[in-house]
Design a protein around this ligand. Structure first.
Ligand code: SF4
Length: 219
């Protein structure tokens, strides 16, 4: 199948699957604000969403806004983040982000260029900012999305997915859809529940018919 057609097919099928099988998390709820969405993405990096969901309510209760977060010291944040792991890195990132947002009185800038200048922002969080605050079609490309795309299409060209032009382009194409958060969540949920790292559920996969991994390895 031609790549453009395959992408359209995958978008349709994944969103259909997502409507029936999506995972529910507090940061995806309708009343979740920009603050909740950005904080959750910092917590979700390199950590399973189910684990973040257990930790998240108490953290948000203690720090319900940029101002409360900015009033905490970096050491305090690191201590609070200890149960979740990566506490040093996350503590520093959240501390710096909160200080920047305090300076801006809680208002996010309206362009990615400015956001990229925030300390410790990183590509993934900058993309989350564009999706949830600017409504732009950007991918939450992590190891899970990368695994799904590589199995469906081809392997990455470079070890680091942030700098792989092939995967980056593919990821941008697959999330180019009016429902940007939903298509991202659909891919992430599908990778977590069906296209798992070990023992993917290929036999019952709704998009197995167009999958290169399936046709090469299991048929
Ligand atoms: S067929 Fe298997 S490898 Fe391909 S997308 Fe489905 S679960 Fe993943």
């Amino acid at each position: 199948m031609e790549v453009g057609l395959k992408i359209t097919y995958l978008q349709t099928e994944l969103l259909k699957w997502f409507n029936q099988n999506q995972r529910n998390f507090p940061w995806r709820e309708e009343n979740a604000g920009h603050y909740d969405k950005i904080i959750s993405e910092v917590l979700l990096q390199r950590t399973k969403a189910e684990r973040v969901a257990e930790f998240y309510p108490a953290f948000i209760k203690k720090y319900p806004s940029w101002l409360e977060l900015a009033n905490a010291s970096q050491e305090q944040l690191e201590m609070d983040l200890l149960p979740l792991g990566l506490h040093k890195q996350r503590g520093k990132r959240l501390f710096r982000l909160a200080q920047e947002m305090k300076k801006r009185q809680g208002i996010f800038p309206t362009s990615r260029d400015v956001v990229e200048e925030f300390p410790m922002m990183g590509q993934y969080i900058a993309n989350a900012f564009e999706i949830f605050i600017l409504g732009k079609p950007k991918p939450l490309l992590d190891v899970n999305m990368a695994r799904f795309l590589e199995r469906q299409f081809e392997s990455r060209r470079k070890a680091d997915i942030r700098h792989d032009p092939f995967l980056q382009e593919l990821a941008h194409e697959i999330v180019y859809h009016p429902k940007v958060p939903e298509i991202n969540w659909a891919i992430l949920d599908f990778a977590a529940l069906i296209c798992t790292a070990r023992n993917p559920k290929c036999e019952n996969c709704p998009v197995g018919g167009v999958c290169n991994y399936f046709s090469n390895n299991l048929n």
